[in-house]
Ligand binder design. Sequence first.
Ligand SMILES: Nc1ncnc2c1ncn2[C@@H]1O[C@H](COP(=O)(O)OP(=O)(O)OP(=O)(O)O)[C@@H](O)[C@H]1O
Ligand SMILES: [Mg+2]
Length: 274
Amino acid sequence: MLTEVTATRYVTPLREGGSLPGIVEGDDLGTYIMKFTGAGQGRKTLVAEIMCGQLGRRLGLRVPELVQMQLDPVIGLSEPDQEVQELLKSSGGLNLGMDYLPGSLGFDPLAFEVSAREAGRVVWFDALINNVDRSWRNPNLLVWHGELWLIDHGAAMIWHHNWPTAEKASARPYNASDHVLATFAPDVAAAAEEFAPQITEELLTEIAADVPDEWLAGEPGFDSPDVLRQAYVRTLLARARTISEHITLGEPSGDKPSQAPEWLAAKLPRRAVK
Ligand SMILES: Nc1ncnc2c1ncn2[C@@H]1O[C@H](COP(=O)(O)OP(=O)(O)OP(=O)(O)O)[C@@H](O)[C@H]1O
Ligand SMILES: [Mg+2]
């Protein structure tokens, strides 16, 4: 189970996030990014954050710690923004918290160098969870204390939005051409060798247990949260067995990521992140 924390102060909304996440303080004196159950994206976003975030952490990737956060909307009463007020009012009770990384920077492929090994690990992980939300348009990677951190897995596992077709959809290949780390020659084969054997039924079952019942209850076609948890386990397990052969890395689609001109690239002090 994830640690449970109670929100004690709403600090400020994060304007960059589509779902209007907020910075919140907890009764453990920690500071968290709070993702709200009342946000338009719905609770499946939070299920994906937990399943994928915890999976990444168990594989040794850097994902900030996740907690269950209890919210009493009264803590936001002095917040002047109407939109924030509405969001807090509709999110009383259980929400998701992610440890806030103060002073972190958004990852920029022009400013930071990532090893082929590390790029491969992130690409393979994103292929496993069907994450299309780590493109050069929207990297969802932070650099903190010289290391790469993975955030925002809410849009992953797209197949869980339609369970009747999930088995078929989850077998689809993964096109990593637009991935923000595609230009670092990701060593996907090494990552497959390292990660695929670690994705076991036991591991996935433990991770699924971290998702609170109330975000799983009532899914059509599933009698109980545990039956739905098993479906997540089955689907991810099947994908882990086949995905390594189905990752493609080609030319980026549409507009290309911006690149520094050669004369400038030579001068740019690209810092290596781990
Ligand atoms: N743990 C964290 N520590 C520091 N900053 C964070 C953290 N998590 C998120 N942020 C900041 O908040 C922004 C929005 O977060 P996130 O991408 O998770 O939200 P979102 O609503 O899912 O966003 P979108 O759908 O627009 O990508 C990030 O781009 C980042 O700048
Ligand atoms: Mg994001």
